[in-house]
Design a binder for this molecule. Structure first.
Ligand SMILES: [Zn+2]
Ligand SMILES: [Zn+2]
Ligand SMILES: [Zn+2]
Length: 159
């Protein structure tokens, strides 16, 4: 059993190293483990190691052979990383640390600690221009990323 674990550890190490040098530009994403979205294995490696941008971090799973594009990789990593927090946000109310980005439409918008940005397109929500409420994927209007949904509703009624 020990041998199996040793082999796994060294494979994992090799896989993890292929992600060295990726510029995630996100604390949450750099900390997160990166599981395969198909089988959950952490034995995934980066295909093109010459490009640093996180958008080029396409990978392949060594376990099941699945091809994982960079966006799926980021979505899966964040989902797993914040599983507990997202679950308790649903259960007890509160802010889900990962939300749908209003700009690029992927589930890569992080609101966690000092981070408030989409880690895919790097869009940052600011405050609602009408009431000053801090915007998050939960309260932003579908019509405008500068308004909260309440103000956007109010304004559409005023017209
Ligand atoms: Zn896999
Ligand atoms: Zn985005
Ligand atoms: Zn508002």
């Amino acid at each position: 059993m020990l041998e199996v674990k040793a082999v796994y550890d060294s494979e994992l190490e090799q896989c993890t190293q292929t992600f060295d040098g990726v510029e995630w530009k996100s604390a949450a994403l750099s900390e997160a483990a990166r599981p395969c979205n198909k089988c959950g294995s952490h034995l995934i490696y980066r295909l093109d190691q010459t490009r640093k941008g996180s958008g080029f971090a396409d990978a392949e799973c060594r376990q099941c052979g699945a091809r994982i594009d960079a966006i799926t990789l980021m979505e899966t990593a964040l989902e797993a990383h914040f599983e507990f927090e997202s679950h308790s946000a649903v259960k007890e109310g509160g802010q889900d640390p990962v939300g749908l980005c209003p700009e690029c439409g992927t589930k890569t918008y992080v609101t966690w600690q000092d981070e408030n940005q989409c880690v895919n397109c790097f869009m940052e929500l600011e405050a609602c221009v009408r009431c000053g409420e801090s915007l998050t994927p939960d309260n932003v209007s579908d019509e405008s990323s500068e308004l909260c949904s309440y103000c956007s509703y109010k304004m559409s009624k005023d017209d």
